[in-house]
Write a protein that binds this ligand. Structure first.
Ligand SMILES: [Zn+2]
Length: 166
């Protein structure tokens, strides 16, 4: 049986989503080329994700709670005149979204516990220097003139009819 891992690697997918991913991937390496920077970047990304998802979850819980309490007498002076008290049709989707967000937050919490060990690591400056060198090879500046020229050469199509023959 053919070992797929030994097979000739396929060309990386060039759909717009994948291209955007490659660009973002390379940008994150280029702009955070040391272990320290990658640690800080990923910690900030994890925390911002948790903060935002957590606050949205709180907001949904509040909305759902308010929605349920509309059956109660409307407070005096409410200009809307109160709601009919029927369950809104989007309530199921809201409940599902809340369950999904709770799941996400639980996973983010686990990931944070695992990542704390990654963030404790410090390496000597010599190793950080190797990080920067490798980062420069992996994700060179796309606006670098040499690279632009090289890209144009690589993307020239050899099958195009020769202009001289036309
Ligand atoms: Zn793709």
């Amino acid at each position: 049986m053919l070992n797929t891992r030994e097979a000739v690697p396929e060309e990386p997918c060039q759909c717009p989503d994948c291209q955007r991913f490659y660009r973002e991937h390379d940008r994150l390496i280029r702009e955070n080329p040391s272990l320290r920077q990658q640690q800080e970047l990923n910690w900030a990304a994890l925390q911002s994700f948790r903060t935002l998802a957590g606050r949205v979850l709180e907001e949904l819980q509040k909305q759902l709670h308010d929605g349920e309490s509309t059956t109660a007498p409307t407070p005096a002076g409410d200009p809307s005149g109160g709601s009919t008290g029927t369950v809104p049709p989007e309530s199921d989707a809201l409940q599902q979204a809340m369950a999904d967000l709770e799941n996400i937050n639980a996973h983010l919490f686990s990931i944070e516990a695992l990542m704390e060990r990654i963030f404790d690591v410090r390496v000597p400056e010599e190793v950080e220097q190797i990080f920067r060198e490798v980062a420069g090879e992996l994700a060179p500046d796309p606006l670098n003139a040499d690279r632009l020229r090289l890209n144009r050469l690589l993307h020239q199509t050899p099958d195009l009819p020769d202009r001289d023959r036309s």
